[in-house]
Design a protein. Structure first.
Lengths: 168, 66
């Protein structure tokens, strides 16, 4: 039976602040991509439909792929107890995130507000929704789902840590 | 599953952090195993037993026989 395991990096000074900055760097690329995507919506609305759809799909694929990459990268240094915590958090967090998204979009005023703003962002006026609006709506829904899942994962992770206890 | 990690650590004068470093897991993980909140895998159980120079059954005990 192999006991070989990658040595854990030693704890460094500046703990939480350093970790926060480190995490921010890891999550910066998808945030930048999505910010750029939403900022360019008025310009995208004037482009050819195929180009708009391609850019939308590329942005979505990048965010999904980056999320998977970061999760895999972060799991690399975890031991089996931490991995169990991660799995607990992911399973509960994903379910809670989907549930929260549905709950959030369920009230008609919220859905109307989201739809109105999507139309406003893509057409510049509160007119009839166009196809672009549908595409943007799909991306928006996806991003919201991912954010809610991430939030759910953070909360479930906190529950796990509380359950197994952090103090001697 | 019960264990004697706390007693064995005390005998050796090791902190949880020291044992964690020896078996290459986090201190929180040792705490979870020691308090019976998490049952370790066989490889980790063997590493912990090896750290104390004991057999696995001298460290980990079945609940109905502890």
């Amino acid at each position: 039976m192999s006991h070989a395991r990658r040595p854990r990096p030693k704890a460094q000074k500046g703990g939480i602040l350093r970790k926060s900055r480190h995490s921010l760097l890891w999550f910066a690329p998808p945030i930048v991509v999505m910010a750029a995507f939403f900022a360019s919506l008025p310009w995208l609305a004037d482009l050819d439909e195929t180009v708009t759809l391609s850019i939308t799909a590329a942005a979505s694929a990048f965010v999904l792929a980056w999320g998977r990459f970061v999760a895999t990268r972060m799991e690399r240094d975890l031991d089996e107890v931490e991995l169990a915590g991660q799995r607990f958090a992911q399973a509960r967090g994903a379910a809670a995130g989907i549930f929260l998204t549905v709950l959030l979009l369920l009230p008609t005023p919220v859905m109307d507000w989201v739809t109105d703003n999507l139309i406003l962002m893509t057409t510049g006026s509160r007119g009839t929704p166009e196809r672009d609006t549908v595409y943007v709506g799909m991306v928006f829904g996806l991003v919201l789902l991912l954010v809610m899942q991430a939030l759910g994962t953070v909360v479930a992770n906190a529950i796990w840590n509380r359950r197994i206890g952090g103090n001697a | 599953m019960n264990n004697r990690i706390r007693v064995l650590r005390a005998e050796k004068g090791w902190s949880q952090a020291e044992l964690a470093a020896r078996v290459q897991v986090s201190r929180n993980s040792i705490n979870a195993v020691e308090n019976g909140k998490f049952d370790p895998s066989l490889p980790l159980a063997f590493r912990i037993a090896d750290a104390f120079d004991l057999k696995i059954e001298d460290v980990f005990l079945r609940e109905d026989r502890s």
